[in-house]
Design a binder for this molecule. Structure first.
Ligand code: AMP
Length: 213
């Protein structure tokens, strides 16, 4: 069987992580989120995690060499041999070229389009469980008990990069560095752009269509 290698592209808060999770169940391939890998490295206190910290908290991209190393290591793991969904990688042209240089053939890239005003609302209200990583929202998906995860009762918190000043920096970083990937993958005939501003179910269906599922 050919491996299914997919990329979900879109600004922070577009819903890449949420939608990738449903594709994991549907396709039986892992979601590989560089944001999650970096946060795990920070939590584990590795050198890479410490180096990444300042960039992440400022809403800037972690240097390519570090992220590419992390991804390379992850792609070698057994469960990624039949394919994967990349979420948050590549985030600039140099990272996309790193995949090409390694002859990694991407089958399709789905980009989620969401207006800035919606992204700001989604990110600023987001709360994440410190223990299991589940994601909630103060208005759209509040926890049953304030500050406690519905799934594992762990403490929820606001990511440092979900604070107002950092959100605008992240959106600027996206426009300057990641958005050019839309043209990059479009010229390669791999891109399917969809509206990411609908309900979870609408977006899920649009992604399925874009992937011919
Ligand atoms: P995310 O969870 O995808 O929003 O990522 C959180 C932060 O991790 C970003 O704001 C960046 O600082 C860093 N990051 C995640 N993925 C990458 C990447 N592919 N390249 C560089 N930095 C990244």
């Amino acid at each position: 069987m050919e491996a299914t290698r997919l990329i979900l592209l879109g600004p922070p808060g577009a819903g890449k992580g949420t939608q990738a999770a449903t594709l994991v169940t549907r396709l039986g391939i892992p979601q590989i989120s560089t944001g999650d890998l970096l946060r795990a490295a920070r939590k584990a206190g590795t050198r890479l995690g410490k180096e990444a910290q300042l960039f992440m908290d400022a809403g800037r991209l972690v240097p390519d060499a570090l992220v590419i190393m992390l991804v390379e290591e992850r792609l070698n793991v057994e469960d990624a041999q039949d394919g994967y969904i990349l979420d948050g990688f590549p985030r600039n042209v140099a990272q996309a070229e790193a995949l090409e240089t390694r002859s990694i053939k991407i089958e399709r890239v789905v980009s989620l389009d969401v207006p800035d005003s919606v992204l700001v609302k989604r990110l600023s209200g987001r709360r994440v469980c410190r223990s299991c990583g589940a994601s909630f929202h103060m208005d759209y998906r509040p926890t049953k008990t304030a500050g406690k995860c519905d799934i594992c009762a762990g403490d929820t918190y606001q990511r440092a990069d979900d604070h107002a000043g950092v959100i605008s920096e992240r959106l600027q970083t996206y426009k300057a560095q990641t958005q050019p990937l839309i043209d990059y993958y479009s010229t390669r005939g791999l891109l399917r752009a969809i509206q990411g501003n609908g309900s979870f179910e609408d977006v899920r269906q649009a992604i399925n269509q874009a992937l011919d599922l």
